[in-house]
Each structure stands twice: as structure tokens, then as C-alpha cells.
Design a binder for this molecule. Sequence first.
Ligand SMILES: NC(=O)c1ccc[n+]([C@@H]2O[C@H](COP(=O)([O-])OP(=O)(O)OC[C@H]3O[C@@H](n4cnc5c(N)ncnc54)[C@H](O)[C@@H]3O)[C@@H](O)[C@H]2O)c1
Ligand SMILES: O=C(O)C1=N[C@H](C(=O)O)CCC1
Length: 252
Amino acid sequence: MVKVVVSGALGRMGTNIGRIVDEAADMELVGGIDIQEGTLFGTEVVLAERMDAFLKEKKPDVLIDFTVAAAAVENIKVAAENNVALIVGTTGFSPEQRATIASAVEGTVPAVISSNFSVGVNIFWKLVREAARELGDYDVEVTEAHHRYKKDAPSGTAKTILDILDQELGGREKVYGRVGETERKGEIGVHAIRGGDIVGDHSVLFAGNFECIEVSHRAYDRAVFAQGAVRAARWVVGREPRIYGMQDVLGL
Ligand SMILES: NC(=O)c1ccc[n+]([C@@H]2O[C@H](COP(=O)([O-])OP(=O)(O)OC[C@H]3O[C@@H](n4cnc5c(N)ncnc54)[C@H](O)[C@@H]3O)[C@@H](O)[C@H]2O)c1
Ligand SMILES: O=C(O)C1=N[C@H](C(=O)O)CCC1
């Protein structure tokens, strides 16, 4: 049995993950962490400040964190100190926060950290890389759309797209939206749409003369992220203590 604690337990992702873990025959949901007390499928959700004592009491194999960047950094430190493996889906980390996470995790616990746990997006990233390799002289625009409550922009997935484009095209300037008189040069345009209950859309447009190619992914339900995170939780237990990506879980 893989024993799981969910951090961000009362949120959109935490609830989806709790349901999947609760229904899994090979997993045991042992509780949750949030900034309010509550319950998650019959298990106790405790306040974030009680996390250290809770992990010592419940002794989970893995903590799955979908919270906000500043909170996740602290949660990761506490989990690593308690020798609990990690799945981190939280996005919006600064470079400094990423460095803090790396020093807490590397050599201490295994952690899968990904801006997007859906299988489809991990394939989409491969397609974006392939297109960028072949279309280096085309204009490139990245667009993402999410629900009205999303806190970070651009999305973590869009930032991963930009990392891939940087690797394949060199570090082109990024222009975040355009207004007024503009002249297109070699930049990558980046556009974040927020509204309603959009689960998560990403698209990369490669525009040449007389033709465009658009590579895109649309999530219709958060279950795709939650299922990927739970799949990663099964995979991570017992691995070497370092940071992995979802491509390691999927063998891509
Ligand atoms: N990697 C992926 O596949 C993926 C998919 C969806 C969302 N996300 C990311 O996951 C994060 C959460 O998204 P959401 O839509 O579930 O948000 P949400 O606001 O619905 O849920 C976040 C939860 O975290 C709780 N929280 C805040 N501080 C906390 C702390 N210190 N300890 C424990 N819990 C705390 C909040 O109270 C809330 O219940 C965001 O960063 C989002 O971008 C990633
Ligand atoms: O709903 C969110 O928030 C999502 N966040 C991730 C991101 O920032 O890329 C993945 C998609 C959904």
C-alpha cells in the first residue's frame, strides 16, 4: 500500500487527487493539509502549521502538493525533513524558489516536479520541440487559457513551452501581450487568457509566409492532471533521491 497525504487538500486539484487515491486499491489516503481544517474522503485535513507533527504521526510514503508557490516551498522542506517522497504540481515558482526546492530535495528524497501531469501535455511538449527544430525561421506565438481563479501567469505549462523553445531556438526575447504601435521582430509573443471555468488550453503557433502550423492541447477535466499525479506517486516511491520530471515517469 502506498500511503498518501495531499497538500492543498481542499482545493480543486487536491479534491480530485483525494478521490482517485481513495478509490485506488493499491493506495491508502491517510490525510490532507490545507489552511483550513476539514475532511478529505473521510480522512482528516489538518492546518499547514501542523504538517510536521502530522507527517511524523501518519508516516506517509508520499506527499502530493498542489497549493501555491510560497506554500509549496515550505511544504517540500518539511516533507523532505520527514523523508517523505514528493509529487509537486504547484506552479509559479521563482528561480530562487526552484533553487531552494532543489537543495531541500536532491540527495534527500525522490520528487517528481512537473508543471503539467497530463499524459497529453507531455506528448504535446515533444511535438512542440519537434516543430521548433524544423521551423526555426517561423514567427512563434504561445497562447494559454485558464479559469478565472488561476493565480499565476503565464501558466507553468506555458513556461515549460518557453524553456523548450529556448533550447531549440536560442533565447529569443519574450513579449507578454502587445499594445500600441508594435513592430514584430524575432520575439516570441506570449498571451494569457483568463475566464470562466476553462480547465487549461495551450497552443504554439508557428507562422510563416502563406502557412501556419498550430500545435495545441486542451484539457476538458482536471482528472487528467490528477490521474497523472497519482501515477507519478506510485512510480516515485523507492527511487533515488533526486528531482524527476513526468517524462521520467512516462519513459519519454
Ligand atoms: N502540474 C499540473 O498538472 C497542475 C494542474 C492543475 C493545477 N496545477 C497547479 O496546482 C496549484 C493548485 O491549483 P488549484 O486549482 O488546485 O488551486 P486551488 O486554489 O483550488 O487549491 C489550492 C489549495 O491550496 C491550499 N493552500 C494554500 N496554502 C497552503 C499551505 N500552506 N499548505 C497547504 N495547503 C495550502 C488552499 O487553501 C487551497 O485549498 C496551482 O499552482 C496550479 O497552477 C498544476
Ligand atoms: O488550473 C491550473 O492552475 C493549471 N495549472 C497548470 C499550469 O500552470 O500550467 C497546469 C494546467 C492547469
